[in-house]
Write a protein that binds this ligand. Structure first.
Ligand SMILES: Cc1cc2nc3c(=O)[nH]c(=O)nc-3n(C[C@H](O)[C@H](O)[C@H](O)COP(=O)(O)OP(=O)(O)OC[C@H]3O[C@@H](n4cnc5c(N)ncnc54)[C@H](O)[C@@H]3O)c2cc1C
Ligand code: FES
Length: 245
């Protein structure tokens, strides 16, 4: 669905990390791990951004974006009451399985889609361990929000300024987290390491996208048998062990 959503808020929550709430009629159709494509005024290609939280009763979606280039920089100029041309919800999303406990692993701007995932697992009574990785203390966001859902949250920072020094894998080891079913989103190196370590669960990939609808083949990755998979349509969420990373 494509529509002009209304921006309810757009605020900086950590260094170069912004949280935006939009009012949209397709919030009720959204699932955790799906994404929307945003038309930023003045730019031709839409920007894919994950759905962070679904407030279906209020028709609200929350997104969190990092200022990376000109498009996301422009998004910071938008404010409450402005309209935003959005398209979605797109992709498959994280399945919410019937399991006793799940480990959610996020790195940087891979953290947002895990929030709604955590929320839905907690609603089912699942134990949710969360390990989030950031470059440094100033880049951390949503630690308290995950804790408020009742998740056990551990943080890794590359410079050691907060939590475990190093990667999310270091934090998982340091905190003896032995949950064997994961859902993860973050940088490719992080996903590669998790994919090599775990045999159960899901990872969410990023790719440069054009159509976002499965038509242009601009976002293709290969599975381990050499078959093409479109990140926008067949993903962005794939089973652990499926994609040739
Ligand atoms: C499924 C999916 C979900 C994402 N979710 C989030 C999120 O929740 N929060 C967040 O901050 N970022 C997310 N990203 C990355 C986000 O799309 C890019 O950071 C953003 O498009 C950069 O736009 P820009 O104009 O600032 O950068 P520029 O570099 O100026 O962008 C130039 C072009 O490249 C594309 N592009 C640049 N970097 C990326 C990238 N990493 N992935 C895909 N396209 C890119 C842009 O969309 C644009 O078309 C997601 C990407 C994908 C594929
Ligand atoms: S972006 Fe066109 S097929 Fe995925």
């Amino acid at each position: 669905m494509q529509e002009n959503a209304i921006i309810l808020s757009n605020i900086e929550i950590a260094k170069d990390i912004w949280r935006m709430e939009i009012k949209t009629t397709f919030a009720q159709k959204a699932k955790p791990g799906q994404f929307i494509e945003i038309s930023v005024p003045g730019f031709y290609l839409r920007r894919p951004i994950s759905i962070c939280e679904i407030k279906e009763k209020e028709d609200i979606l929350v997104i969190i974006y990092k200022v990376l280039g000109q498009g996301t920089e422009k998004m910071t100029e938008l404010s409450s009451g402005d309209s935003l041309d959005v398209f979605g919800p797109l992709g498959n999303g994280f399945p919410i399985e019937d399991i006793d406990k799940v480990l959610l692993v996020g790195g940087g701007v891979g953290v947002p889609p895990l929030y709604e995932t955590a929320k839905q697992y907690r609603l089912k009574g699942t134990q949710v361990d969360v390990v989030l990785g950031f470059n440094d203390k100033d880049a951390i966001f949503y630690k308290e929000e995950f804790e408020q859902l009742g998740c056990n949250v551990e943080i890794a920072t590359m410079d050691g300024s907060f939590g475990t020094k190093g990667t999310v894998i270091d934090a998982i080891k340091a905190n003896n987290i032995n949950t064997d079913f994961i859902s993860a989103c973050g940088p490719l190196m992080m996903l590669k390491a998790l994919d090599a370590t775990y045999s159960k669960g899901y990872i969410s990939l990023e790719a440069r996208m054009a159509c976002g609808l499965g038509a242009c083949m601009g976002c293709v990755v290969k599975d381990k048998d050499g078959n093409s998979l479109r990140v926008c349509k067949d993903g962005p969420v794939f089973e652990v062990g499926k994609v040739a990373l």
